[in-house]
Design a protein around this ligand. Structure first.
Ligand SMILES: NC(=O)c1ccc[n+]([C@@H]2O[C@H](COP(=O)([O-])OP(=O)(O)OC[C@H]3O[C@@H](n4cnc5c(N)ncnc54)[C@H](O)[C@@H]3O)[C@@H](O)[C@H]2O)c1
Length: 259
């Protein structure tokens, strides 16, 4: 019997088979969940996302376009899930965006206002926007998880405005947990270690971060997508029935080191 048998939910953030969302979906499916998906609008995005989902062996996937920066897109997707399935049990938010021009060491202080606003909107506000809509189709309670990073709590050169956005995401998680807890909906984040994905490559000096973590982390390696996928299953399953408002580090222990 799977930990996620008879649970259905939405996974947002598969760009390709390197995405954290891809590995989270892989784990969820392996543990028996039914996953619904969205892709960033556009032919190329659809093709890449559908190809990755094909590799997960999902027959006839439920896959809809959604730009999380658009309230109309968010409404359309969650309304359609309500019409097609009635309810869901979980939500995975695995998206972020910041203009890569400003993700370079030494450029943080000069971040333009509109770059700040967009990074905070897409990377943090959208968790609230999705949580609000998802909660309406979770009549029996549910669970949500979003992806954060250590740059939320420490200055990681080059991570810049994304660090500020992740701090907002982690804080929003605690407020969402307080708001939605009375409806038996749990809200958490995973702070994942560096993983070579399309978004990660936009961060200046990313390869050095990988090398550094491998040398310094207690487990002497970088995380795998599966490390994070399995923790997402834990948080979204009944195993974590008393866990909400938390940020769980899946980083081979890197964040626990002082030096
Ligand atoms: N890769 C890492 O090192 C790392 C570490 C910790 C946390 N994270 C976080 O993991 C999450 C997933 O990123 P990833 O590393 O898998 O990269 P990725 O590029 O594979 O995924 C990012 C996703 O965000 C989506 N996205 C961007 N703007 C969007 C919008 N307006 N509407 C809808 N979707 C949008 C993209 O389509 C893509 O699917 C992000 O929150 C990222 O910050 C990544």
């Amino acid at each position: 019997m799977g930990l996620m048998d008879s649970k259905r939910g939405l996974v947002v953030g598969i760009a390709n088979d390197h995405s954290y969302a891809y590995f989270i979906a892989e784990s969820l499916l392996r543990h028996g969940a039914q996953c619904l998906f969205t892709h960033l609008p556009g032919e190329k995005m659809l093709r890449r996302c559908a190809k990755a989902i094909g590799q997960l062996s999902v027959d006839d996937p439920w896959l809809e376009p959604m730009d999380a920066g658009s309230d109309a897109d968010l409404d359309a997707v969650f309304d359609k899930i309500g019409r097609d399935f009635g309810s869901i049990d979980f939500l995975v938010h695995s998206i972020a965006f910041a203009d890569r021009e400003w993700l370079e060491a030494g450029k943080f202080a000069a971040t333009p206002r509109e770059v700040f606003a967009q990074a905070l909107d897409i990377s943090a506000y959208t968790y609230m926007a999705m949580a609000e809509r998802a909660a309406k189709i979770m009549p029996d309670g549910g669970a949500m998880v979003a992806m954060s990073y250590y740059g939320a709590v420490k200055a990681v050169p080059g991570y810049n405005i994304m660090g500020v956005a992740k701090a907002a995401l982690e804080s929003a998680t605690r407020y969402l947990a307080a708001d939605l807890g009375p409806k038996n909906i749990r809200v958490n984040t995973i702070s994942g270690g560096p993983l070579r994905t399309m978004s990660a490559l936009a961060v200046g000096g990313f390869s050095q971060i990988l090398e550094w973590v491998e040398k310094k982390a207690p487990l002497r390696r970088n995380v795998t997508g599966k490390d994070v996928g399995e923790t997402a299953v834990y948080l979204l399953s009944d195993l974590a029935s008393g866990v909400t408002g938390q940020n769980i580090y899946v980083d081979c222990g890197y964040s626990t080191m002082g030096l």
